[in-house]
Design a protein around this ligand. Structure first.
Ligand code: GLN
Ligand code: ZN
Length: 774
């Protein structure tokens, strides 16, 4: 049933105003101004006052971009991370920075990154742990708890920003991570149960809310994204306790959830004594109706109706068809917003002057998403005809995307439809393959190799930049890259490594490099999204059906192989990782995009094999990252993700050896899926963990070969022969030596040759020691 009220009746029902607000705005600036200011401050090139001035000016610009909203977020801005900001607001500083000299900002950066400006050489503070913010690529600084944790209110930063926003004429809505999510995100450094800190934490929150009320604040956005995850009963109780304690604090709380469905926490969320609830109406659209029922008649329901996680235009007419009846039902109790903070999208599409005009017309960055919300807001409050032109323009853009031959490639769609189980099957099981590979590859026990990249030197970067600017022609660029490859091969031969790599000199980035050569991908110039601190990523935009016009890596690998008698490993990025590090389509399931990528990379695998490359590594660095927030959805994801890998990898002869690489070490809960990938060799990150991480491979009787990293590439330290031998002996207690490889944790592109050579020399030496063990 489509309820299409006439605009008149809508206006009558909604004489009262539906409010428009925002949950957070990207802080880095349209030109990454914050990044450059932070880095200049850390290098001592800018004073604290200059950094703070840049920050204030960014806040001012951001609020201006949000002008006219009924409420603008304050406290979403951060000099590093909003969770770390909150730790400071709550007086929860790790003991190791307390009492150090310098300003509060110096302490802040010491926790954030181990040092502030002018601290160089000081190794006395280690940085706080960093981890992913739910299922995003944003990383926060993990709050640290211990038996000694005492909270105490330190509200000045937030209060000052509120004053700033108010002085600029905005209706400020402070944004805080809520107490339960804060405790859940943190980690105890001793046996302390985080939950036991709740009673101590709540009075500090209550005091903070009181101080906000004194500033004339009406609404506070209190973010509890933990409500979209599976919660143990004691954590559900914590929500009841917390919000009972915060009721009557003098401000209205908008309990804010995002990134997913409330599921079994829906009743809990609706029952808490707050003034309003925000629901992610992109991911939890089907929960809106029940939420309205359960919410009662006195609470505001804020609906996140524009996707804060992707870069696509919203289909405004379709959205309004759904939203108008809701507006009619709720009247002024309805608010609208993006689904989550806009932190996760780039700032402004207007910066993109080089992007293809048609593709550009399909996109919306943060600024454009706010514009969409203004249109929806106006349509709801004043009728669709008040924004007829905008709606028509939106429809035209959407139609162009729906029908564009650049998006839809019947050949690719047919190939995906024709996928069957046989495509993902190797010809024989691992034991038969291993025998054939042993004969063909003739490798020693404990074969040594590296993960792919060698140092990306200044010269390589300069050459690439000059090539991009047109100062270097393609032939000259290729010559320079070939020289780099030759150098890398010579070094590896001199070191005595067993399986060589070409070194990836020609690659800027392991995803972008492939995206640039595949049809169906577009690239922005300024589409930066904060990953952590001053680090930003520019995810490529997967907009259409994926195909591979021609071979992408074969010539480089072939050239590298021609330089040596040793085996040269071909090097590819796998479909799941390409998918997880891109902005992906919203007009088809992720699984379909992944299968398309799988078919394209499969062609590359087969071309490499045909070109005489006998070992091919397919990196799946980001497979784990794609796991859904709720465990019960893991199986479905792992199913298509692993199948995509198998399709990519398994079209080769038994004697061709497939490697995969993963830059993490938590396999406990996904070991079955990893085994099902059935790579002949998997290399993983283990050097920091004394090989305990191999226990799960042992317990699971993981059948194939493993290269547990023995060289921590994140550290400039040179690992000794003894260290690496010790690690590998520990590994050999868990995995038979016949199935072990010796390799670093990850690629070496961020290191210097002067570090890599002695480290790999020791690594090769350690393999010799191990062989003598036998
Ligand atoms: N082959 C890639 C490299 O060595 C792998 C990088 C990664 O796993 N992140 O750089
Ligand atoms: Zn890695």
């Amino acid at each position: 049933m489509s309820l299409q009220p006439s605009n008149n009746s809508l206006q009558q029902r909604n004489k009262s105003h539906i409010r428009l607000h925002n949950l957070g705005f990207p802080r880095i600036g349209a030109r990454r101004e914050l990044k450059f200011a932070q880095e200049a401050f850390w290098k001592g090139e800018k004073s604290e006052a200059e950094l703070l001035a840049t920050a204030a000016s960014l806040r001012e610009q951001n609020w201006q971009r949000q002008a006219g909203l009924d409420l603008v977020p304050v406290g979403d801005f951060s000099l590093y991370d909003q969770v770390l900001d909150l730790s400071f607001t709550l007086g929860n500083l790790p003991a190791r920075v307390q009492g150090l000299d310098g300003s509060e900002l110096d302490q802040y950066f010491r926790v954030a990154r181990g040092r502030s400006a002018n601290d160089s050489g000081c190794n006395c503070v280690h940085a706080g742990e960093m981890t992913k913010w739910f299922d995003t690529n944003y990383h926060y600084i993990v709050p640290e708890f211990s038996a000694d944790t005492r909270f105490s209110l330190n509200p000045d930063r937030l209060l000052a920003q509120i004053e700033e926003a108010q002085a600029q004429g905005h209706n400020a809505k402070p944004v805080l991570v809520g107490p339960v999510t804060y405790l859940l995100l943190g980690k105890a450094k001793d046996a302390t149960d985080s939950l036991s800190l709740l009673a101590q934490l709540l009075p500090v929150y209550a005091e903070l809310l009181k101080r906000l009320a004194e500033k004339g604040i009406e609404w506070v956005q209190i973010d509890e994204p933990a409500l979209v995850t599976e919660l143990a009963p004691q954590w559900q109780d914590a929500f009841r306790t917390a919000y009972a304690a915060l009721a009557g604090s003098g401000v209205k709380l908008l309990l804010t959830t995002y990134f997913g469905q409330l599921g079994e926490n829906l009743e809990l969320a609706c029952s808490l004594p707050v003034a309003g609830l925000h629901l992610d109406a992109i991911n939890a659209r089907e929960e809106v109706e029940t939420t309205i029922e359960k919410l009662g008649t006195d609470k505001v329901l804020s609906l996140g109706v524009v996707n804060g996680r992707n870069i696509w235009k919203t289909d405004l007419s379709v959205l309004l068809d759904w939203l108008e009846p809701v507006a009619q039902q709720l009247g002024e109790r309805l608010w609208i917003a993006p689904s989550c903070s806009l932190l996760h999208v780039p700032v402004d599409l207007d910066s993109e002057q080089k992007l293809d005009a048609e593709i550009r017309s399909w996109l919306a960055f943060a600024e454009q998403k706010l514009a969409e919300l203004r249109v929806i807001h106006s349509a709801l409050n004043h009728g669709r005809e008040s924004v007829a032109a905008e709606l028509a323009e939106n429809l035209a853009a959407l139609n162009s995307r729906r029908t564009s031959p650049r998006v839809h490639n019947p050949r690719v769609q047919k190939a995906v439809a024709a996928i069957d189980a046989s495509l993902g099957e190797r010809q024989s099981a691992y034991p038969q393959r291993a025998a054939l590979q042993r004969d063909k590859l003739n490798l020693p026990l404990y074969p040594t190799t590296t993960i792919g990249s060698f140092p990306q030197t200044q010269e390589i970067r300069k050459a690439r930049l000059a090539y991009r600017k047109g100062e270097l022609d393609a032939v000259e660029y290729e010559t320079r890259m070939k020289q780099e490859i030759e150098f890398a091969v010579q070094q590896q031969e001199a070191l005595g490594l067993d399986v060589l790599v070409h070194g990836e000199a020609e690659r800027n980035d392991m995803v972008e490099y492939f995206g640039e050569q595949l049809d169906g991908y577009a690239f922005s110039q300024f589409g930066w999204v904060q990953s952590y601190g001053s680090r930003c990523v520019k995810p490529p935009i997967l907009f259409g059906d994926i195909s591979r016009p021609k071979a992408m890596t074969v010539a480089w690998s072939q050239y590298a192989q021609s330089l040596t008698e040793k085996k040269m490993k071909g090097m590819l990025t796998g479909p799941v990782t390409i998918l997880n590090w891109s902005f992906v389509r919203d007009d088809q399931p992720r699984s379909v995009s992944c299968y398309q990528l799988a078919l394209a990379i499969r062609e590359e695998v087969q071309d490499l094999e045909a070109a005489g490359i006998d070992i091919i590594q397919i990196d799946e660095a980001a497979l784990r990252e794609g796991l859904p927030l709720r465990r019960r959805q893991w199986a479905e994801y792992l199913n298509w993700a692993v199948e995509s890998f198998r399709i990519t990898a398994n079209g080769v002869a038994d004697s061709t050896q497939i490697h995969t690489h993963m830059c993490y070490s938590e396999f406990n809960d996904i070991i079955e899926a990893i085994a099902h990938m059935d790579a002949d060799v998997i290399t993983i990150e283990t050097s920091r963990s004394d090989m305990e991480l191999l226990d799960v491979f042992d317990e699971f009787h993981y059948p194939n070969e493993i290269g547990p990293g023995v060289y921590d590439i994140h550290s400039p330290n040179i690992p000794s022969v003894e260290q690496m031998v010790k690690l590998m002996r520990l590994a050999a207690q868990r995995i038979p030596a016949e199935r072990l490889w010796v390799n670093p944790d990850c690629g070496l592109k961020t290191r210097q040759w002067s570090e890599v050579i002695p480290a790999l020399k020791n690594m090769v030496e350690s393999a010799k020691v191990l062989r003598a063990d036998k």
